[in-house]
Design a binder for this molecule. Structure first.
Ligand SMILES: [Zn+2]
Ligand SMILES: [Zn+2]
Length: 238
């Protein structure tokens, strides 16, 4: 099973870079497991508070049988699914996770229209039940989950309703920003200019030590990308 618990090392790096006690406290409190889908290299993240059996699941895709197996093996319960955006590779596992855990699911309303196209993804069965999201995410809101603050940052560009979730110094970034790359903008609703604005003004405004956990591929930091992202170098470093 391709499961990687990444929080320990990334949070440790935050602590080393900044000496921030918040990162250390967060590392003590939570862990972030990543279950990768081999077909699209898409990352499903499972955020767990160590002192409870509750988890949040971000972007369940084709790897959802392994995500569900992980939860069952560790006797964990998903209390909510959070979606970074509505593309099929990030949402096709929603019906299965909802059915198994009776949890709700949240998405930015501007991406609801994309949920109708989930069956177009290769590998998704034609009889997949509808992807139901009961909760609308509001840009700028802070979700409270077991005393943790999760900030919802609206970062349109890859899709109109793309969001990133900020949990302390950790960012679940969806397909907005990747390690040395950015989300594609050639799909319906995408906009290169809007994506650039989101990265420059919303993500690059975060502390440089913020660890970015993207929708595909390895983690990075805001500071690394400001320096070395070939698509969006921060003006300060040009
Ligand atoms: Zn996408
Ligand atoms: Zn994606």
């Amino acid at each position: 099973m391709s499961v990687d618990v990444r929080f320990c090392s990334t949070a440790a790096r935050c602590v080393r870079l900044t000496g921030m006690s918040t990162a250390e406290t967060l590392r003590d409190l939570v862990e972030l497991a990543i279950v990768v889908d081999g077909a699209f290299d898409q990352n499903c993240y499972v955020l767990r508070r160590r002192d409870t059996s509750d988890v949040l699941v971000f972007d369940p895709g084709l790897q959802h049988p392994r995500t569900l197996a992980l939860l069952e093996k560790r006797q964990l319960r998903c209390t909510r699914i959070l979606l970074t955006h509505g593309h099929p590779d990030h949402v096709n596992g929603v019906p299965a996770v909802r059915a198994a855990h009776r949890c709700d699911c949240a998405i930015h309303p501007d991406d609801r229209v994309l949920l109708d196209f989930v069956a177009m993804l290769p590998g998704v069965p034609a009889d997949l039940p509808p992807v139901v999201c009961d909760v609308d995410l509001t840009p700028g809101e802070t979700l409270r989950w077991h005393d943790l603050d999760i900030r919802v940052l609206h970062t349109p560009g890859h899709t109109p309703g793309s969001v990133c979730f900020l949990i302390g110094p950790e960012l679940i970034a969806g397909d907005t920003l990747f390690k040395r790359s950015i989300g594609r903008t050639d799909l319906p609703g995408g906009s290169f200019e809007t994506l650039m604005f989101s990265i420059q003004n919303t993500l690059y405004a975060l502390p440089p030590e913020t660890v970015v956990h993207p929708g595909h591929g390895p983690s990075t930091t805001i500071g690394e990308e400001m320096l070395d992202n070939p698509f969006v170098v921060h003006p300060r470093y040009r």
